[in-house]
Structure formats: C-alpha cells, structure tokens
Design a protein around this ligand. Structure first.
Ligand code: DUC
Ligand code: ZN
Ligand code: ZN
Ligand code: ZN
Length: 484
C-alpha cells in the first residue's frame, strides 16, 4: 500500500518547494512531481512538514501524590490531533529503584501509544548502582539523555555533588544531561515563608519561584556541565535571566541548549492574579508564567537561535487533582497541558505575527529537536528514507480552542478561548493517517519506541578548562613545618 501527498508545498527547516511525497511501509520513498499511489491525500493550499516532536512530556507520571491524567493513549492522541507525531517522556525511577526496573514500568505503560516515542531517564537519586546502570541505559536501552531536577527538595532534587558526578558520567558515556533549573533550596524556604504569612493561594506558587531562582540555577548547571566537559540542555527556559545565562555561555563557546514552552511564550503571570482559585491553580506549573518582558526575551531567543526548541512539558492534572492544594499552594500538582495546541499556538503567535518563518517553525518544533536528541533524519525530516511522520498544515483552517473538543483527558484547557489559525489537515504517523480532516483515526498501540544512539566525542563541550588546569603536583622548596 502506498500513499501520496499531492499538490502541497514542502516546508523543511531549510527549504520551501512544491512537490509530491510518496510513502510506503511507513517511510518516505520518493519526493518529486506528479507521483501516484494507492491512496491520495490532497494538500492543495497546505504545507507538508515534518511532524512535530515534543521533547518534553509527562504521561501517567507519578507526581505529588497522584498521576498526571493523560496516559500514553490519550496523550499521544492529543499529540497527533495537533500535528505532533512523536513525544519524549521522562522515565522516573522511585528513590532507590533500579533504572532498568523503571524502564520496564515505562515500557509497559507506553504500549498504548498512538505515535512513536522515546524516553529520557531521570536521575532521581544517586549511588553506585545508578552510576553503573547508566551504561546499560545508554548502550542497551537506547536512552542517551539524563534529566536532573535542581528543584523539588526532599523529592526529586539532586545536589550539586550528585549533579557533577552524573554529568561527568554522561560525558564518559556520550549522553546529554538535561536540567530542570530552579534553586530548590531557595524555593522551599520561600514557600514556607509565604505559607507562614498566610499566602496559601495559587499566586503563592508564582511568588515562591521568581525568575532569579531559575537564572541562578541555569548558570550553575551550565558551569557544572562545563567543568564535567559535557554539553547541557536546559528544559522549560522561561525567563530572561535563564536565557541570558544560556546566551552568554554559547557566546563563550559552551554547547548549551534552551527549551522554551509554548505556555511561557503565550500566557503570562496575570493568570495567577485576580482570577478564581480553579483558574489560577489549573495554571500552576514550574516554572510559573512570567511577564511580557520575559516572553519577549524568549521570542527573541528563538529568532536569534540562542534558544533552539519549543516544547510543552505536558503534565496534565484535572481540576479535582488541582484541588488537593486548597489551603496550601505547595500541594497543587505542578503541571499544565499543551500537547494538542503547541503547533497551532506557535503557528498563530509565531508565524502569523511574523516572528518566525515557516522554516524556523519547523526547526523549533521538529528538526532541531531530532538533531539535538540524535534521531535525525529518521525523525524531523522530509527526506527519502525518513519515517513518514508528517503534518499537512492548512494555514487557513481556524478554530477557537475549547476543552470540550480536545483529546486530552482533562476538563479544561489553559488556552481556552484562544483563536488559532493554522491547523493540521492530515497527520501521518509512520505513514498511517491518524488525523484526516478533523476526523480522528488514531490506533492505540501503533507507536513504537525510538532508540537513540550515544553521541560521538565531537559533541563534547568546547571548554578548555581541563587543559588549562590539568592537575599536577608542583615541585616546591621552602615548605613550612606542619602543625603550627
Ligand atoms: N514542572 C511541572 O510543572 N510539572 C512537571 C514537572 C515540572 O518540572
Ligand atoms: Zn521540570
Ligand atoms: Zn517536565
Ligand atoms: Zn499500526
């Protein structure tokens, strides 16, 4: 069975041209004029682009006393409905649990996926067993990225010594460390102070995590990575302070990546003030939404290339789950949805406003991600031999976002009421048409795990620190007597 996408304009990260695309056995087999096949999809007036890759999602994740409510079925259905054809989830071992055991748990959950997926491994505790198992995670399991939480003190947080040890291990194994950069000690102290002063509403969440805690932690993570001789990827970069640290490091030749979320680009801190409790609690995530100045910085970073990808950190909780935190904002499960809306929102607020070109849109939603995570051009490309993960985007198709019409398993949407223009006409996952003109034809279990090879030494940090201060004993005379 072959499928041909006809009459569309192909848009990749670096090219725009009119051509048909032929697909067989889940792969792109031909690109050219006047192609024919068993099934034809008419892309007249549409852009044919690599399907979105969301490098940062949490499906059915145990977190803050509950589980995020979208599982691998509803989550990947939501992804496909919005033109995203691959997600990367975080495998989260319990404290003390074997990394390999945790992967087995994630393997079981992910059998329901409607689109392809991969995992990052989270370093939730540190010890000899973790150090040893990291090798099998990279070599045997095809996971070449390790996530570190600098926040969530008493739960997921790693300390600097653990982070340095883990980053150094990543350097040896050809793996890339990822960091949730917030100063967890400062956050925990501010949370207690706010609660003691009677600030227990959802706005307390924003007050307890100012941009400074993120900027400080981002800079610390970058410096520690540089000393370990490994590149680093900063997840959910939400503010100028963090962006500034990334920008400065890149200018100094340090290889660091920054990942703004669509939520931080388009929603601001007013969501936490003068709104009812449910409205604000539904938007509690870490880092919190910021002001316009920070948003402008993130958009500028995407344009300049100092920030490379746009993700969602999709970690959805229902209103009932959010209400665990009535009377104590620190108990509101942290997380928002966005998988289904990332592409339409970024097209509307990025491309339609002139801030991004369609090629830049493809780069930040797909191609850059595939390259950074080492799965290009299997993913992130419209190229002969690539997986046929494709979104046919109709720039004139529009809708008003509403929770009632979404695939995600929550009862609200943080983008409710936003008018978006630029929606998928067709979404294909490895050649299978999952979304056909608004009709959902997804297939539970169709998704496959994507293994990712370790990086070659060429991807090491560019720091010269080690050469400059390589430790060696210095011959000295005149040593003072000890014990004085
Ligand atoms: N932030 C969230 O808001 N949710 C999941 C984890 C995280 O870091
Ligand atoms: Zn995080
Ligand atoms: Zn996250
Ligand atoms: Zn299938």
């Amino acid at each position: 069975m072959s499928t041909v996408i006809k009459n569309g304009t192909i848009v990749t990260a670096d090219l725009t041209y009119k051509s048909d695309v032929k697909i067989e056995d889940g792969k792109i087999v031909e690109i050219g004029p006047d192609l024919s096949g068993d099934e034809t999809l008419d892309a007249t007036g549409c852009y044919v682009m690599p399907g979105g890759i969301d490098p940062h999602v949490h499906l059915e994740m145990p977190f803050m006393g509950t589980y995020s409510s979208d599982d691998f079925d509803s989550g990947t259905r939501a992804a496909l409905a919005g033109g995203t054809t691959m997600v990367v989830d975080f495998c989260l071992p319990d404290p003390g649990q074997s990394l390999l055991e945790a992967i087995t748990r994630w393997d079981n959950k992910s059998q329901r996926a409607n689109c392809d997926y991969s995992f990052h491994m989270a370093i939730t505790w540190w010890g000899e067993q973790v150090f040893n198992e990291m090798e099998a995670v990279v070599r045997d399991k095809g996971i070449n990225t390790f996530k570190h939480f600098m926040a969530y003190k008493g739960a997921l947080m790693v300390n600097d010594d653990e982070m340095f040890a883990s980053f150094s291990r990543c350097a040896e194994l050809g793996a890339l460390p990822l960091v949730h950069a917030e100063n967890g000690d400062v956050v925990a102290t501010m949370q207690q102070k706010l609660l003691a002063e009677g600030n227990n509403g959802p706005e307390g969440h924003a007050y307890s995590r100012p941009a400074e805690v993120e900027g400080e932690a981002t800079n610390r993570a970058i410096m520690i990575a540089d000393m370990a001789g490994v590149p680093v990827y900063i997840v959910h970069t939400s503010c100028e302070q963090s962006h500034e640290a990334i920008r400065r490091a890149r200018q100094n030749g340090i290889r660091v990546y920054g990942e703004p979320l669509i939520q931080h680009l388009t929603l601001d801190e007013s969501e936490y003030f003068d709104k009812d409790w449910d409205h604000s609690a539904r938007r509690v995530m870490s880092p919190p939404f910021r002001n316009k100045k920070h948003q402008d910085s993130l958009w500028a970073g995407l344009q300049a290339g100092s920030l490379q990808v746009v993700a969602t950190d999709h970690c959805a909780f229902t209103t009932d789950q959010k209400r665990y935190g009535v009377g104590d904002f620190t108990k509101i499960p942290n997380g928002t949805g966005g998988l289904e809306d990332r592409l339409p929102m970024l097209w509307t607020y990025g491309v339609n406003t002139g801030r991004l070109t369609p090629n830049e849109f493809v780069a930040v939603t797909s191609t850059n991600i595939a390259k950074i995570l080492n799965m290009y051009p299997k993913k992130g490309a419209i190229m002969v031999g690539a997986d046929a993960d494709i979104v046919v985007l109709d720039p004139n198709k529009e809708k008003t976002i509403s929770a009632g019409a979404q695939q995600s398993a929550i009862d609200y949407n943080v983008f409710e009421g936003k008018h978006v223009k630029g929606l998928p006409r067709f979404t294909l996952t490895r050649g299978k048409v999952a979304i056909y003109d608004g009709e959902v034809r997804t297939e539970e279990g169709h998704g496959k795990f994507v293994k990712r090879e370790p990086f070659q030494a060429v991807n090491k940090a560019l720091s010269t620190w080690k050469e400059l201060v390589a430790p060696r004993p210095v011959e000295r005379t005149g040593i003072p007597p000890s014990g004085v």
